[in-house]
Design a protein around this ligand. Structure first.
Ligand code: DO4
Ligand code: MG
Length: 279
């Protein structure tokens, strides 16, 4: 089942048909013990199959958290950018405890077709294409979406203690295009890809596989829920395995496309006005 939300209307695509969901809220979905059954009980004929160019992100009160350094490529890129502190990234990659950090709340998140932002005080910026887990209040993974963990590499590289500033700001996160509800796991062969376009050209393309992630989704969620409660559930981004080379930085107006086949393609443009508010 794929849940799409646009201007408050919720359409659900299931077994090749569109439905609308009545009495729906993301908060109620994430609070349900059995989210898939809960959603099925709310489906009515007649959802929209209209071309969905701009969508709301699939969340309300859910906090967005993220895991870091879960792929070798991410470890290596951080070691390159951080000079004296390089060692901490290798240590966290090997350690039993993962890196987990707070990423965003609803007002910092844009949906498919919205504009993400780069910080006005950052000189080196990248999008990070990540599989995002939808986790209910009991800590059960019941769905997936695509997450863009927009990051300032200049601020993160200057000092690792600046991580929250490198990661959390208005327009620093995109989620979508839909929330895929699935009984069971996504196959390890699942591909995650990132394409960045500038003007008429393509300036970066990269791909990874979910199987290359060092840790399991359950392990990450297990650590996140230790002594930490989420009354409205949460999203957990699982880290990036795709990092452009050190000579690449995003520019205003770039178009970012992130694809995970089972979910779809999340498309966002980088805002031209760096000080504009999240949309
Ligand atoms: O430690 C820095 C952040 C890592 C991250 O966001 C990632 O690996 O995706
Ligand atoms: Mg990341």
């Amino acid at each position: 089942m794929k849940v799409y939300c646009t201007r408050g209307e919720v359409s659900v695509f299931v077994e090749r048909r569109w439905y609308r969901a009545v009495d729906f809220s993301f908060d109620a979905l994430f609070r349900a013990s059995e989210p898939i059954e809960w959603l099925r009980s709310r489906l009515k004929a007649g959802g929209s199959s209209a071309v969905l160019e701009r969508l709301d992100p699939p969340l309300e009160a859910q906090e967005v958290w993220a895991a870091g350094v879960t792929y070798l490529r991410s470890r290596d890129a951080r070691m390159e950018e951080s000079g004296r502190e390089a060692d901490i990234y290798d240590r966290v990659y090997q350690a039993k405890r993962p890196e987990l950090f707070f990423k965003a709340t609803r007002h910092r998140v844009v949906g498919h077709g919205g504009e993400v932002r780069i910080r006005s005080d950052s000189s080196w910026n990248v999008p990070e294409a990540e599989l995002a887990l939808a986790v209910n209040r009991e800590g059960r993974i019941f769905g997936y979406t695509i997450g863009n963990d927009m990051s300032s590499r200049s601020i993160e590289g200057e000092n690792p203690l600046y991580l929250p500033q490198a990661k959390i700001y208005d327009g620093s996160c995109a989620l979508g295009p839909c929330l895929l509800l699935l009984e069971g796991d996504l196959p390890p062969s699942t591909e995650i890809s990132l394409c960045i376009r500038r003007g008429d050209g393509e300036v970066f393309r990269g791909t990874t596989q979910f199987a290359r992630m060092k840790r399991s989704p359950e392990e990450l969620v297990g650590f996140l829920f230790r002594d930490n409660s989420f009354p409205n559930g949460c999203y957990l981004l699982t880290g990036t395995g795709i990092v452009p080379g050190s000579d690449f930085t995003l520019a205003a107006g770039d178009l970012i496309e992130m694809t995970i086949e089972a979910i779809g393609t999340l498309v966002n443009r980088v805002a031209r006005n760096p000080r504009g508010a999240a949309s």
